[in-house]
Design a protein around this ligand. Sequence first.
Ligand code: SAH
Ligand code: SF4
Ligand code: F3S
Length: 590
Amino acid sequence: MPRVYLETFGCQMNELDSQLVSSQLRTLGYTFTPESDQADVVLYNTCSVREHAEQKVWSRLGELALRKARQPALVVGVLGCMAEREGEALIKRMPVVDVLIGPAELDKLPGLLDNALRTRASLLSDESVQELAATPEDEKPDVSRLRSARQVALHGAGSHGTTNRRSSTLAAAADSLELLDLSRATSPDDHQGSAYVRITRGCNKFCTYCVVPFTRGAEVHRPPEHIIDECKRLADAGVIEVTLLGQTVNHYRFEHDHAVTIDGVIQPQKGRAYTHKHGIHHDPYKLEKGEHVTSFADLLHRIHEQVPAIKRLRFVTSFPRSFGDDILQVMRDCPRICRYLHVPAQSGSDTMLRAMNRGYTVGEYLEFIDRARSFLHQPEIGRPLTLAGDIIVGFPGETDADHQATADLLRRVRYKNCFIFKYSPRPGTIAEKNLVDDVPDEVKRRRNNELLAIQNTISDEVSRSFVGQTLDVFVQGLSRKEQKAARKVDASGACSTSPGGVALTVGGVALSARGKAETSTDAAAMPSVGADAGGAAERRGAVQLQGRTEGDLIVLFEPPTGVAPDSMLGQIVRTRIDHASALSLFGIVV
Ligand code: SAH
Ligand code: SF4
Ligand code: F3S
């Protein structure tokens, strides 16, 4: 069976997609390798959110083009957001690509990959092609005959992604993509205690800078029964931390079919009744008579009640609008829901927020933060609320005054970490079409550095406020320092990839690949650790492990004497925080 190398770029949504497609391919008999040059199939699951993310893939594909001249049987696939955004233009630019699949069509991967492998194999059995493969590099003629192995599945027909808006929430159940999530493997080896669960696909917000609504398509909410069932199966496989994924999780809303009795009476199923009296950001969805809707608050509550084996339930990303008190109440009342919110502001200037089409003002954002804190910030019981954010600097028209307003917002909100991105115009978006990218790069860089410096000081202060506290820590693996050392000890690469060769992150949320990009203030981007690496580190003596608090702060600690580090993986341990830096807390197991 062919060996596959799969590399993932982009957000948690992509990490989950990679896990799902790799488990599907493994079921079909494919094996995975962590080494690209040993693979028969190279797949890139790509991201388009910033130009930088795409550049990495272009350069990888350039390298593969050279390799394919030497290894004509190689099959190359581009999956994910970049495939959808670029469409077939991607193959025109990089003829090395055989398989092109957008994120909404990933369930088609096994079929298309099989076709590509077979077509390539039959092409290669053709004598003239064999001759071609044997021709020295610099004498090679046009290789266009080899290109006909191409397999393409995209949701949208044109360039710049899909404009198809499948609006029905009920469509999710019948969606073939849904089968990909439903059929996920739940063996303990796949998860190491922590897993992502998708609740919503796509996005309907159309922030003017953002490519996601074009690459991921229309917002579709998964049926709550499917989500809960998936959580149960993961819990049965030993998962104790679940991170629910959606671009705007708090907009989750599933409309159930009405049950009609024999005498024609509509019988809505019973939902959890919450009032939405407080604040201006009340739930916008009203229940009509006889209608039954599962809201995000309902969903959180149901998972919490029905799957108690999940000790930590968190979710990303929250949208600052329409985050009702009903959700905050559930978070406050349910002890296993983490008091953590990743709720990007993007800017501290109303002018910028309007130009970005975010749909809220700075005042409304701050009102939400205050409201969330009033419900959830309880350091006296060891349960503070921690916040993470995203900011875009250098959006078209951003003045020094706008920038200062963003600096003020950082000081006011006091995130524990904040991702700060330089604006990059994305083809097809409203900002790219209608606004001039007029903030010079050096100004973007300077503003970026200024915000990072402010945020670093705040992160440091937030971290230090935990010194002396006793906190539960979900153990993810070796610390970064240990991983580097382990890699030297075990150069096989076993420590930085999952058994399947898919770059995995244990423990979810803040291990976002976004942390690796550009200028995150989070120490996040840590690859996972398998038992091999634990063993490697153990052979060298003292081991430093890494875990996360409920509020997603990194804690570094050593296992107690006599306790095997591997046995702590995927578990929750209590630690007393001894000292802290901007990026990490240092704990002692108690
Ligand atoms: N749905 C999430 C964001 C998903 S994209 C939300 O609305 O909060 C992740 C982050 O990438 C965004 O929060 C934004 O800060 C950043 N981003 C998106 N498009 C960008 C662009 N064109 N240039 C720079 N940063 C961008
Ligand atoms: Fe992009 Fe806005 Fe949707 Fe987030 S909410 S994915 S920033 S369009
Ligand atoms: Fe990137 Fe697509 Fe995620 S553009 S951030 S991989 S939704």
